[in-house]
Design a protein around this ligand. Sequence first.
Ligand code: DSN
Length: 426
Amino acid sequence: MENLKSTDREMENIFKMENLKSNDAEVYDILQKELKRQQDNIELIASENLSSKSILEAQGSVFTNKYAEGYPGKRYYGGCQFADEIESLAIQRAKKTFNAKFANVQPHAGTQANFSVFFALLSPGDTILGLNLSQGGHLTHGSPVSVCGKWFNAISYNVDENGFVKYDEIEKLAKEHKPKLIISGGSAYSRIWNWQKINDIAKSVGAYHLSDIAHYAGLIAADLYPSPLEYADVVTATTHKTLAGGRGGFVLTNNEEIIKKINSAVFPGTQGGPLMHSIAAKAVTFGQTLKPEFKIYQKQVLSNAKKLSEVLSQNGIKIITGGTDSHMFLADLRPLNVKGNTAQEILEAAGITLNKNSIPYDTQKPSVTSGIRIGSPAVTARGMKENEMAQIAQSIIKVLKDIDNRKNVSDVKIEMSKLCGAFPIY
Ligand code: DSN
């Protein structure tokens, strides 16, 4: 026992926690490899982005250490004065960004934001109506593999053969099934949602309307995509996609009764202690959205997505809906006779990261798919513009039109690495 007794010096070392490099070289090395991967590859995953150094700083801050169950001014722990200050600031900036009366910035992610809405407004067994996951919806919009598909009677609406939301089908299904909640928004729908129309349908059957703007939030904050705030009872979103912030979710509403229910549903309903370091990063994120350069960035996100889709389409790749109104789009690879999983793999080898994605009425399994999803937020955050988008699109074509040509893959890998070198990150 005597041997296990710590000296004051050893204790000092434990709690000083030297920096990661000297304290844990194994983890440090993995982080370095991930940094290099992000630096050297073209990132086209539509739900990803690059956080600024200041956001990373806030997210890695001493707020990691703080428990603050409750809300500003009403906590279950002592020492929360600065937790209150940072959360109040994040709420105030979120409301200003989206011109919303109320905000809850505690959800750990978009899924938790959506579950808080379900917990606040629904009872088990209630009917919900959302866009089919295989047609561009999200897992939490009623997928049978998600809790929401198991605990609620989840009905799905679809897009038409050209990829556009079928509002007449929403209306028909709403009249037939009388849902308690209709969900608009999705993860792979590139066009503008008619929020008003969905709200009218919801109101005609006495349903709540939840608009999930996780993907479009940055464009909405910059007034480049319509806001649903006026037309939805409640809005959910994430901070790390087009908003270019730290990872996390949040909820907005203009309805005082609903925010009271949401607040109880987030804590203590579905979450315990809020992640105060993430909330600090959310405060920085919303601060960033309120600066004039954020609008310039979002304009470029939009132009870059359009350029990518145009060049791909001119070169024989079919773009679902024929184009995009947002930061992303789905590409149908059937004309090239290439599957989505093969495209993802071979493009990754060529230095271009994206994800395979089911296209509407896909006959391939979700692990295979006939399409890919492409998004412009991360490449735009590096400073790339239309010329670079044209180059990237041409490179995608070069690889996918001749997938057995390994030289093409290695040539493109070198070109993409050079391109990344010209637009360095961190
Ligand atoms: N699964 C995410 C996406 O990639 O869109 C959303 O949560």
